[in-house]
Design a protein around this ligand. Structure first.
Ligand SMILES: C[S@@+](CC[C@H](N)C(=O)[O-])C[C@H]1O[C@@H](n2cnc3c(N)ncnc32)[C@H](O)[C@@H]1O
Length: 368
């Protein structure tokens, strides 16, 4: 299989392999997405240069629904005078923009802390926020003084680097990335130390030789960081994924997917740095990592049902009525705009698309 044209990033990956031997898939993914100079995310985010949309970039409504959720959290915490949202990987700051615009009574208390490792993206976020940026700060990782509020991540954990494992006749093996001539190829190696835990052994029982699955140890550290960042408050994670054991049964090749300019390519190693790489989130693993970090579990629900609990049906009814009224009054442009807004809201709840994401909420430091 070709690995795409020779690029500085491909040369760097090949150099690393020549020096250290085959790379585990998580290290390949780390370089492909987060290399400071050439990684996919060093200059791209959904809505600007990337090859797909998220709920946050599919119109303003997702941010407004998230704002309702944040208002409920603020209420449950007893309306503290400072309520800080610590958002990891905020893309174009769409959620913060909507929250500052629709905060209502929470407005005076609302602060936003962006966890963003790339300067270029930080600048995009500052520009997108405009004057509201004075209520925001930026950090490169989850640390600092703990706050009252919420750690939030929408479609971020599916971009965490994962180890790729394969069930074989001789037990579980780790899929690594090696060089063949001027190309990259996968090879199987014994799994790295500490990787084969109880859940890996359990996964293997569901799989046939040749089947692949992923594990994401970074989730454990990230949840610990979230627990350190939040004194009293919440963890809210929204993402594509599933619970065990269904996550292991999603497909024989596992759940890693790439999004890039070459639509027909299904080679995970091709065009490193020019395409996104995602793996479905194992919400059972997230659940136990959050619990281990000190959070109490509150909710695991499909996005479409969670949005219903935040008022989606009322919004749909209201927009539908307004489309009809505008059309009846002959205001066709206005009707078309409202119809587009309605389409965006319905897309958030589409069972075969964004509505199939899972929403995970946990709390810490108070009786919810
Ligand atoms: C798919 S984009 C989602 C952007 C935005 N949340 C949205 O919904 O449009 C994933 C983003 O998460 C960032 N990211 C990945 N791991 C991260 C981490 N540990 N901390 C902060 N950001 C992270 C990536 O750099 C990327 O910008």
């Amino acid at each position: 299989m070709p690995s795409g044209p020779s690029t500085p990033l491909l040369q760097k990956i090949q150099g690393r392999i020549r020096a250290e031997g085959p790379l585990t898939f998580d290290r390949f993914m780390q370089l492909a997405l987060y290399d400071p100079a050439h990684g996919y995310y060093c200059s791209r985010v959904p809505g600007k240069g990337s090859h797909y949309q998220t709920s946050a970039t599919a119109g303003p409504w997702f941010g407004r629904f998230v704002t309702v959720e944040l208002q409920r959290m603020w209420d449950a915490l007893g309306r503290p005078s400072l309520f800080t949202v610590v958002e990891a990987g905020a893309g174009l700051a769409e959620l913060a923009k909507q929250a500052f615009a629709y905060a209502g009574e929470m407005g005076g208390a609302l602060r936003w802390c962006f966890i963003e490792r790339f300067e270029t993206v930080k600048q995009m976020q500052q520009e997108a926020l405009g004057p509201a940026a004075r209520y925001a700060e930026w950090a490169t990782c989850l640390e600092g003084l703990p706050v009252e509020g919420c750690v939030l991540a929408n479609e971020v954990l599916d971009n965490f680097p994962v180890h790729l494992l394969e069930q074989t006749f001789d037990g579980v093996r780790e899929v690594c990335v090696d060089i063949a001539g001027d190309r990259l190829r996968t090879v199987l190696r014994p799994p790295g130390p500490g990787l084969v835990d109880q859940s890996v052994l359990e996964a293997a029982e569901y799989l046939e030789p040749g089947d692949r699955f992923e594990v994401c140890p970074d989730i454990v550290d990230w949840c610990r960081g979230a627990a350190r960042a939040i004194d009293r408050g919440y963890l809210l994670v929204i993402d594509y994924g599933d619970e065990q054991p269904d996550i292991w049964r999603r497909g024989p090749q596992g759940t890693i997917t790439t999004y890039g300019p070459r639509r027909l390519s299904c080679d995970l190693l091709e065009d490193a740095g020019a395409k996104d790489i995602t793996a479905d989130v194992d919400f059972s693993a997230l659940w136990s990592a959050a619990q281990g970090a000190g959070f109490d579990m509150e909710l695991l629900a499909l996005q479409r049902f969670w949005l219903v609990s935040l008022g989606l049906p009322v919004v749909v009814e209201n927009l539908t009525d307004r489309v009809k009224q505008s059309a009846a009054l002959g205001r066709h442009e206005e009707a078309a705009d409202l119809d587009e807004e309605l389409r965006q809201v319905l897309a958030l709840a589409d069972p075969d698309g964004l509505g199939g994401c899972l929403v995970f909420r946990a709390s810490k430091g108070f009786e919810a």
